[in-house]
Design a protein around this ligand. Structure first.
Ligand code: NI
Length: 256
């Protein structure tokens, strides 16, 4: 049975250039029921939609990633809004704040909130990136209260609970399986499975035992096993509930 729903992937990445078609075809015969490819700029958002046109079980989020912003990004907002009207566009993503990189915070907040407005206008969920920006992120989310997912969650248990109170979901990926993972293990232990969705962020962040290798959606199995162990439940229960959550948040129904 195909129960793995990968809510955050980058199959347009050049790491998949050599075997993208074989890999995607095999995924859907090997436990994966759906993937949502995330855009990072206009080009990758388009590539995601092309993959979604080609494969039933691929869906696309379109958006401008904070790492990819320039002054010209403001003029790309209209293009993102147009792409979001594609029938297989299910979310605005990957959008957010990244204070690790030296990109002006004012510009980041401007583009992020403009995309939250686009999502609201089109009644779509968002997929959010938050790196070293927890304070500003929480302020903005409380103000805009979008529907959606906070991906690759790296905050505290308290922040996770605040996000859940807003009705949002917490995206959990391979980082959970890393030997030095402490904070995220506590988060998983202290939030309900009903607020968790699974993700890869592939080609990056492969779970143990594939850490450092190219990631793909099949490896979500290892992240699910870790959650099952932390919560003392079965892997099937983890996959089934997170699949349901992902279908709900993206407003799609996928075949098993
Ligand atoms: Ni990503």
């Amino acid at each position: 049975m195909n129960m793995i729903f990968d809510t955050h992937s980058h199959y347009d990445d050049k790491a998949f250039d050599e075997d993208r078609d074989t890999l995607l075809t095999n995924l859907f015969e090997n436990g994966v029921c759906a993937v949502v490819n995330q855009g990072t700029d206009v080009g990758t958002s388009r590539l995601g939609l092309e993959l979604a046109e080609k494969y039933d079980r691929v869906f696309a989020a379109v958006g401008l990633h904070p790492e990819c912003l320039t002054e010209k990004s403001i003029s790309d907002l209209e293009k993102i809004k147009d792409l979001a009207k594609h029938p297989k566009a299910v979310a605005i993503g990957e959008i957010g704040l990244d204070y690790y990189y030296d990109i002006p915070k004012v510009l980041q907040k401007q583009i992020f909130t403009a995309q939250l407005d686009i999502a609201k206008d089109l009644d779509m969920p968002v997929n959010i990136h938050d790196r070293e920006a927890h304070g500003d992120m929480l302020d903005i989310l409380k103000k805009y209260s979008p529907r959606g997912i906070l991906h690759c969650f790296s905050g505290s248990v308290e922040m996770a609970k605040d996000i859940i109170k807003l009705g949002m979901y917490i995206g959990i990926g391979g980082v959970l399986t890393f030997k030095n993972a402490v904070k995220i293990v506590e988060v998983v232990r202290n939030i309900p499975l009903e607020s968790i969705v699974l993700e890869t962020d592939c080609p990056y962040l492969a779970p143990v035992p594939f850490r450092g290798k190219r990631n793909d959606s099949r490896y979500i199995e290892y992240t699910a096993q870790r959650i099952a162990k932390i919560k003392g439940i079965t892997v099937e229960k983890v996959l089934e509930t997170t699949k349901y959550n992902a279908e709900y948040v993206y407003n799609i129904n996928v075949k098993q």
